[in-house]
Design a protein around this ligand. Structure first.
Ligand code: ZN
Ligand code: ZN
Length: 212
């Protein structure tokens, strides 16, 4: 049986690097079974991410799959992969450039920390989606209605009132939900849910009594 020796490993006469490219292009049947067994991610969501120009990393994070799994399903469904965009030097590259977004047309792209540009409108939409989701969760956990009058029609008109203002770390009704969900949840436990009317009333009463 032939054995590899040092003298065989000379330039131009090397073994085909099977494991390397087989893994790279995910052609190995064992790999295919593994990714299929994990279950397909939402195909429409994948297509939307690609349209928005999301990176594989972003797609993986947001669909709770590994990058390899995302790549596998993109190939399987013949969804064109995100264009490999050159990473730029974040120290010298412009913060904002103009580029075409598949959803928003020609618009501003902002430089992200990892050295890639992303459509600012897409980013903003993702952030507002996420804030709305956090706000809804917090409101539901806080009982879903005004503590005083029971109002529950419009979540936008429900506000978190800090029972003890001294305990207040940040306001939940506004920018607060942009922080981590764990911190927001902890903050919500110090609050009582009130409708906007009662909240205004409670605040004015507290203010005038402390002024007396
Ligand atoms: Zn966009
Ligand atoms: Zn109320």
């Amino acid at each position: 049986m032939a054995r590899w020796s040092r003298s065989d490993a000379r330039p131009g006469f090397t073994r085909a690097p099977w494991p390397y490219w087989a893994n790279k292009y995910e052609l190995s049947p064992a790999g295919a079974e593994r990714f299929a067994a994990r279950g397909a991610p939402d195909r429409e969501a994948l297509e939307r991410f690609i349209r928005e120009g999301a990176t594989l990393q972003t797609i993986a994070d947001q669909s709770d799959r590994s990058i390899a799994t995302v790549r596998y399903w993109l190939n399987k469904w013949s969804i064109p992969r995100p264009q490999k965009r050159a990473r730029v030097d974040t120290a010298t590259a412009p913060r904002v450039i103009t580029r075409r977004c598949q959803r928003h047309g020609v618009t501003s792209f902002g430089l992200e920390g990892r050295g890639y540009y992303r459509c600012l409108l897409c980013r903003q939409e993702r952030v507002s989606d996420w804030r709305r989701r956090v706000q809804r969760t917090l409101i539901a956990e806080a009982g879903g209605k005004c503590h005083v009058c029971g109002y529950d029609r419009c979540p936008a008109a429900l506000q978190f009132h800090h029972r003890d203002p001294a305990e207040k770390s940040f306001a939940l009704s506004h920018d607060g939900v942009a922080r981590s969900i764990a911190r927001a949840t902890a903050e919500a436990t110090k609050c009582v849910l009130l409708c906007a009317n009662y909240h205004a009333e409670v605040k004015s009463v507290t203010r005038s009594s402390s002024n007396v």
